[in-house]
Design a protein around this ligand. Sequence first.
Ligand SMILES: Cc1cc2nc3c(=O)[nH]c(=O)nc-3n(C[C@H](O)[C@H](O)[C@H](O)COP(=O)(O)OP(=O)(O)OC[C@H]3O[C@@H](n4cnc5c(N)ncnc54)[C@H](O)[C@@H]3O)c2cc1C
Length: 299
Amino acid sequence: MVVVGGGVAGLQAALVLGRARRSVTVVDGGEPRNARARAVHNLAGHEGIAPADLLDRARADARRYGVRIVTGTVTEARREGPDLVVAVGGGGTVRAGALVLATGVAEDLPQVEGLAELWGGDVVSCPYCHGWEAQGLPVAVVGSGARAWLQLLLLQRFTDDLVLLSDGPAELDAARLAHLRRTSVTVREDPIARVVADRGRLTGVEFADGELLPRGVLFASATRRPASALPAALGCDVVDAGVTTDADGFTGVPGVWAVGSCAQPALTVAGSVGHATTTAIALNTALITASFTASITGV
Ligand SMILES: Cc1cc2nc3c(=O)[nH]c(=O)nc-3n(C[C@H](O)[C@H](O)[C@H](O)COP(=O)(O)OP(=O)(O)OC[C@H]3O[C@@H](n4cnc5c(N)ncnc54)[C@H](O)[C@@H]3O)c2cc1C
């Protein structure tokens, strides 16, 4: 079988399937979403590991059980009889009885000059992943509406110096704005000119009128979209950046399963690993059951 995507979810699915003595090829484009993060947090047993080191270990673990890992981007997969034929960009195809999508999600950041350059370092998104490291620092949430509101509530547990920079209307109702005022969170709706950095470290945020607001960390309200067009091209239903599956990770497209954040975009690393494990077990069970049924019915 072929696993498309070799982030934590794809490699975990490959590990489980390899240990179940399946023949597994992982095709990976090499762009995991957290590649630019300094460390992976909230992962028991590997707390604080560098993202690249975690994937190095995961690849080595999978290879011990015969998993083949190929670098490349899957551009197309088509059905030929009982098989799926997977085309890898730059030439070459891989034939598989089942396909596991582990393509992840991509993030669109607020359009502010200088912000994307610091992504994964002093600009992050998830307070659970990076709130601890922001303790006591001057922090700003860059965004508006419901997502920014939740980030603010979470971040109040880590710092007393918290500002909402909405670069336009904050899109919060009167009750929420009153709560922020009561709890000393400043709301700045004035236009942002750019994010200012010195040697790769955040200095602050400059407004259009030239004022510089010193900040140590920015939490950006990013929006998610599918990282790959492949799931939709295969006929999978994609809603809010996630591939729709049943509780077992089956997409409804014959032979196609989905694991990790490509199926559930909000999943963390540990969550992606867990989802990939249960899906790989369900896939292997489905194959064993189908094989038994075929042996007694002849179809
Ligand atoms: C800045 C940042 C920091 C984060 N920090 C944390 C943290 O501290 N703790 C935590 O739990 N979570 C963190 N996360 C979330 C974490 O990155 C995700 O939960 C995790 O990466 C999901 O794993 P995944 O395997 O589903 O997807 P990904 O890790 O994104 O892997 C998907 C892989 O599929 C490949 N791919 C996509 N399309 C194709 C294709 N067509 N063909 C071949 N390959 C393809 C990509 O190149 C990529 O290698 C962070 C996210 C960001 C953005």
